[in-house]
Write a protein that binds this ligand. Structure first.
Ligand SMILES: [Zn+2]
Length: 155
């Protein structure tokens, strides 16, 4: 079997569902957490890590059979893993393929790192406006605190 063929087999072979590809290996389980995979109790899920990648050396892959994500559901993973590629597969064919980018707003996902912020003192959901989807800069809707990607704390 050719090397190319072997590599295809590592990530292909999903009849219907979603394959999330090019996940940085160290972020794989954070991505699984953000997708709330533990709640998909009736889905067949394959999680693989440290596959060979021409582009990034090593990568993680998550495949979920018979599951298609809404944009808001999937876009949150850009918080921990930018440039991840989402593949939607129907009848063994990739029908959609696109890089995952941050949504316009993050609700109840990120902790505000301002201790005086109302969201840290009242039982309420945090809301952040995404200022820069490339750089991952976000701003708290309540206290206006700007947070850079590297300082983002996921709840
Ligand atoms: Zn705040």
């Amino acid at each position: 079997m050719s090397d190319n063929k072997k590599r295809e087999l590592q990530v292909a072979a999903l009849e219907n569902g979603t394959a999330i590809d090019h996940i940085p290996p160290e972020q794989l389980f954070k991505v699984a957490y953000l997708l709330q995979l533990e709640k998909l109790v009736d889905k067949t899920i394959t999680i693989g890590n440290n596959f060979y990648s021409k582009k990034m050396g090593r990568k993680g892959v998550i495949k979920i059979a018979n599951k298609f994500f809404g944009k808001d559901e999937i876009s949150r993973i850009a918080l921990v893993a930018p440039n991840v590629i989402l593949n939607e597969i129907r009848d063994f064919e990739v029908v959609k393929k696109y890089p995952v980018t941050l949504p316009d707003e993050l609700v109840a996902l990120v902790k505000c790192n301002n201790p005086k912020c109302i969201t840290n003192n009242e039982p309420m959901a945090t809301r952040f406006t995404v200022l820069d989807k490339e750089k991952g800069t976000i701003k708290c809707r309540y206290c206006e605190r700007k947070i850079n990607k590297e300082d983002i704390i996921i709840k």
